[in-house]
Design a protein around this ligand. Structure first.
Ligand code: PLP
Length: 409
């Protein structure tokens, strides 16, 4: 324990002192950029040295409404002063309103609230399995879920069990069985993988951590058809692609499909609180009975209140439309960039990737010097995902910064 005097001294540190403290006392599960952010507003981040950056990570799309949105802040403060957490041993005034808002916006009949994305995925896996045994009639412990190569659904033990990334699984066994991996976007592979024991197909409509991988057009629709024909549940993980990121409220709307189970998280609360949710119609969700599942913080009034407001702000400020327009404009401009190392520019809405034929990290480092923060994924991909509140002028600043590092240097 540090005494009062020592804690008081631990203020106004230099960047290097913050870094040293973090690395000395923290488990080394990340390799962050060495920037110490102390303030954030809208699309901007400010570090302790007074530098300002355009944020193109947006906390992995968990702050789609921009940092510290004033309307969310107001609701958050008010709710925090009234009641933060009562647990679901009791009822509270915010949870039913949250349920009504999120079911209206997603068109699903029922919701199960959780906190993190990975918990949402775990919940969907449990739901699909219980449905397999109690509705579909699959023999005990035989249910299989089909997933895609390069998926990212979180970091819990069961979720990493069906990752195709060896580094995520290495030394964490024994892993959870019951999953089959097919190439993303491959309808024939899906068709061939389905057996009478298949209860669900789980996918991201556009793979985020996989490098903003957009599947071939029609894939989701074909997957939906295969699921329907075989009495298999279609589970879509919209944790990163949801809430307007791709220029539609949900990315599956680009292909007019209707998932049986929808998983959302990240920007559901506008980045104020970890809130995730699993949504489905009654005939599926009602397989869960009291005692089947739970979470101490799931559905807490603080998370519910701020999430209600976040969904409302998304609609009130027309941000889905803005993501679509600004995104199309940026993608068109990016396609004009002249650099032999650019292999492809792809994406939907403000979920955009520039894929290179060499490591992307040095490009990200140079962008940082121009005042733009982005991080490479899959080694050679620059992912651009600014907040949906971004203006045309800010998009131009972003493009000019990219142009200068790709064309002038
Ligand atoms: C981030 C993410 C998750 C995991 O969410 P956590 O809140 O980090 O647990 C799951 N699925 C997708 C598609 C994601 O992008």
């Amino acid at each position: 324990m540090k005494d009062k005097e020592e804690i008081r001294v631990l203020k106004n540190l230099t960047a290097q002192e913050y870094i040293n403290l973090e690395d000395e006392f923290g488990a080394q599960t990340y390799s962050p950029l060495d920037l110490i952010i102390e303030r954030a507003e809208g699309v901007w981040l400010y570090d302790i040295e007074g530098n300002k950056y355009l944020d193109c990570i947006s906390a992995f799309s968990s702050v789609n409404l921009g940092h510290c949105h004033p309307k969310l802040l107001e609701v958050f403060k008010k709710q925090a002063a009234e009641m933060t957490q009562v647990s679901r041993a009791l009822r509270n005034t915010q949870l039913p309103l949250f349920f009504k808002e999120i079911t209206a916006i997603t068109g699903k009949e029922k919701i199960l609230p959780m906190n993190t994305g990975a918990e949402g995925v775990e919940t969907a896996v449990k739901l699909a399995r219980k449905w397999a045994y109690t509705v579909k009639g699959i023999e005990k412990d035989r249910a299989e879920i089909i997933v895609c190569e390069k998926n990212f659904h979180g970091r819990t033990t069961t979720v990493i069990s069906f990752s195709s990334n060896q580094a995520y699984k290495e030394n964490f066994g024994p892993l959870t069985p019951g999953f089959k991996i097919i190439p993303f976007g491959d309808t024939d592979a899906l068709k061939n993988a389905i057996t009478p024991d298949t209860c669900a197909f789980l996918a991201e409509p556009i793979q985020g951590e996989g490098g903003v991988q957009v599947p071939p057009e029609g894939f989701l629709k074909q997957a939906e058809n295969l699921c329907r024909q075989n009495n298999v549940l279609l589970i879509l993980d919209e944790i990163q692609t949801g809430w307007g990121r791709t220029g539609k409220m949900f990315a599956y709307q680009h292909e007019d499909v209707n998932p049986d189970i929808l998983i959302v998280g990240k920007s559901l609360s506008g980045g104020f609180y970890p809130v995730s949710a699993v949504l489905a119609d009654r005939e599926i969700m009602d397989v869960f009975k009291p005692g089947d599942h739970g979470s101490t913080f799931g559905g807490n009034p603080l998370g519910c209140a701020v999430s209600i407001k976040a969904m409302q702000v998304l609609l009130e400020e027309n941000l889905v439309q803005n993501a679509s327009e600004q995104g199309s404009y940026l993608i068109e401009k990016l396609k004009t960039l002249k650099n032999p190392h650019i292999k492809e520019v792809r994406g939907k809405g403000l979920f955009i990737a520039i894929e290179l034929d060499e490591p992307a990290r040095p490009y990200c480092d140079r962008l940082l010097e121009k005042g733009v923060i982005c991080k490479e994924t899959q080694n050679s991909v620059i992912r651009l995902a600014p907040a949906l509140v971004i203006t045309g002028e800010q998009i131009d600043f972003l493009f000019d910064s990219l142009k200068s590092i790709f064309e002038e240097d």
